[in-house]
Design a protein around this ligand. Structure first.
Ligand SMILES: [Ca+2]
Length: 331
């Protein structure tokens, strides 16, 4: 997320800073493959959010307001233009939002920043179909701020600095620093604000939601729709090897461990300094586990076409290896 400097004295409504975040209580039952075809499953939407979505609390200076600052909760999903239709479908699912395009990169943003829409559709969705690991942390903080906004706590001298403190701790991978937070608090006249154990007590509260032990197959496909790829690589002896990989920030390594346990195949590698990668390149795991999974729980973005291509490639490499090995099928 882009983060602007602190410049409190200029035009009202200028974006100042924003952070990322993540909650859930009652989960929906596990899914089985449905024949309903192309419709997005709600677990898929959460998995997609896990990869390509974020929860932010944006802070805008606004000299017309008593406390000179406007607090706006924002739920964003980003996707390349070729997969814009998925964002439009998610917009329909949440019954609102805005689609913006960055013409330079052709990246599309679905943004939902209406408090009532967040309260009525976004929070209930993620309570039933939770995000996990580090994303859950930011969702939990986001939810807390949204409820404070609903209760008008941002209009009080007690509530506002608490909201700013939470906004600044929502996403540990964010560029929001403690120094900036202090500067903003100071500029708003909260020089002596002491947040005490606010964040550590929230962290205690969210513990039970951080685990990844309840993976739904549609959720996994949603994660893959955001952050996976099917590709072929050239190995020693000029062997061409098809592979499937999912990459996540290291903060969500536990999610990749859970996906590895779910599929019972593949390996995890660290990509220093900040990423972890789950890779399956064993042909029998691809044929017997990965391909059947994505046939039952399909992708929705452009990756769906890449997947079909990979399936054809795997088919033909298997055929070739069978011919080469005189009819011995790889196991
Ligand atoms: Ca992605």
């Amino acid at each position: 997320m882009r983060l602007e400097g602190i410049n409190f004295s200029a035009v009202p409504q200028t974006r100042l800073f924003s952070s990322s975040n993540n909650i859930a209580t009652t989960s929906a039952p596990y899914s089985t493959p449905s024949n309903s075809g192309t419709q997005l499953n709600p677990f898929h939407i959460s998995g997609f959010t896990q990869s390509d979505g974020s929860f932010h609390i944006s802070l805008y200076k606004d000299s017309s307001l008593r406390h000179k600052i406007r607090v706006v909760p924002v739920f964003i999903i980003t996707q390349d233009g070729v997969s814009k239709a998925v964002l439009q479908e998610i917009m329909q699912y949440f019954k609102g939002g805005h689609l913006n395009v960055d013409k330079r990169t052709n990246a599309y943003n679905l943004r939902i920043n209406s408090l009532s829409l967040i309260l009525n559709t976004v929070l209930p969705h993620f309570a039933s179909y939770p995000v996990m690991s580090a994303k859950y942390r930011s969702f939990f903080m986001f939810k807390r701020v949204v409820i404070m906004l609903k209760n008008k706590e941002h209009l009080t001298r007690q509530g506002l600095p608490r909201i700013i403190a939470i906004a600044y701790s929502m996403n540990t991978a964010s560029t929001r620093t403690p120094e900036r937070k202090q500067e903003i608090l100071k500029s708003l006249g909260f020089d002596n604000y002491d947040e005490g154990n606010l964040i550590s007590s929230l962290e205690k509260e969210m513990q039970s939601g951080l685990n990844c032990d309840r993976l739904d197959p549609y959720f996994i496909s949603g994660v893959a729709d955001g952050d996976s790829s099917f590709y072929v690589s050239l190995k020693g002896n000029n062997r061409i090897v098809p592979a499937f990989t999912i990459i996540q920030h290291k903060e969500s390594k536990d999610l990749l461990c859970a996906i590895q346990s779910y599929f019972k195949c593949g390996a995890l590698y660290e990509i220093k300094p900040n990423y972890v990668r789950f890779v399956v390149e064993d042909i029998s795991s691809l044929i017997n586990i990965i391909i059947p999974h994505f046939e039952s729980y399909p992708l929705h973005t452009i990756k769906r076409e890449k997947f079909s291509f990979s399936v054809r490639f795997v088919d033909s490499s298997v055929r070739n290896s069978i011919i080469l090995s005189l009819g011995v099928r790889p196991s």
